[in-house]
Design a protein around this ligand. Structure first.
Ligand SMILES: [Zn+2]
Ligand SMILES: [Zn+2]
Length: 278
């Protein structure tokens, strides 16, 4: 898997911007096949009958288009507008342009995941934010298309802060683009159902196993491993959890009262007075 990540990052770093979508699609297919070959839990892969597996697949694709694709564009427009307005008012440039490229990448990655780390913790603490974030925790099994299963407002909330701070600091696009694409791929892998060892990469990055723990149906376990792409902030701030209590049969998801249809999932957080507790 570390070798895979190196290959993925290399391809993304070298791909022209208009080919990124194809590179991402290719990696999704590779990850999909890997889930069949080396699954973390066999029963988490899509059932092969359409009635069960097809509905879930189409719902996953819907959230990828709505939150993953459209949501990303909106986040970038809003974040860049807010950051550039603030920069105009303050007129400075904090970004360490003279640092080596790799050091700028590391700094950008740490910032990119630092802000969402705290936003994610807030989403699991306060009910008003949890209502929207709960959609991300409804699935009872993980696979490669679950990474964008977010209510659009939750997706916006979790992503706009880190990007706005980076733009505000003046991150150059040569650093921002490959860094975000590589880390977002890590987020996709974290939601996949691939049996990956936590050794080595689990010191720095969110692995599937570590993120599955965050999706646990056990409240105590779900309040850990908040990092969306990196695990370092969980290690620093004491929310890191290395394993399930019951590794042999982990249960994912939230309360059985969850809305089933996409429509209900989209509108329920807006009007329900009481919602599943975070
Ligand atoms: Zn969460
Ligand atoms: Zn997740």
């Amino acid at each position: 898997m570390p070798l895979y990540l190196v290959c993925a990052a290399t391809a993304i770093f070298n791909a022209p911007p208009d080919e990124i979508a194809w590179v991402s699609l290719l990696y999704t297919v590779v990850l999909f096949l890997a889930e069949r070959l080396i699954p973390a839990n066999k029963e988490w892969n899509y059932p092969l009958n359409f009635k069960e597996g097809g509905r879930e697949f189409l719902a996953d694709v819907f959230y990828i288009l709505l939150s993953g694709q459209l949501g990303t564009r909106i986040v970038q427009i809003v974040a860049s507008y807010a950051a550039f307005r603030a920069r105009d008012a303050w007129s400075f440039n904090f970004w360490p342009m003279t640092w080596p490229f790799w050091a700028q990448l590391v700094l950008a990655a740490l910032i990119y995941d630092f802000v969402p780390y705290f936003q994610h913790r807030a989403a699991h603490r306060w009910e008003i934010i949890w209502r929207f974030h709960a959609t991300h925790h409804y699935p009872e099994r993980m696979n490669v298309l679950k990474g964008s299963r977010n209510h659009p407002l939750d997706f916006f909330f979790l992503n706009v802060g880190g990007i706005a701070v980076l733009f505000f600091l003046g991150v150059p696009s040569e650093v921002f683009l490959p860094m975000t694409l590589t880390l977002d791929l890590l987020n996709t892998i974290a939601h996949s159902n691939i049996n990956v060892s936590d050794r080595f990469i689990g010191w720095f990055f969110v692995t599937p196993h570590l993120h599955h723990i965050h999706h646990s149906a056990t409240l105590e376990e779900s309040k850990s491993n908040f990092g969306c792409r990196l695990i370092v902030w969980d290690r620093v701030f004491g929310t890191f959890r290395p394993r399930f209590k019951e590794e042999s049969a982990p249960l994912l998801g939230v309360s059985p009262r969850r809305p089933r249809s996409i429509y209900q999932q989209l509108v329920a957080p807006l009007y329900r007075r009481r919602y599943d507790e975070p």
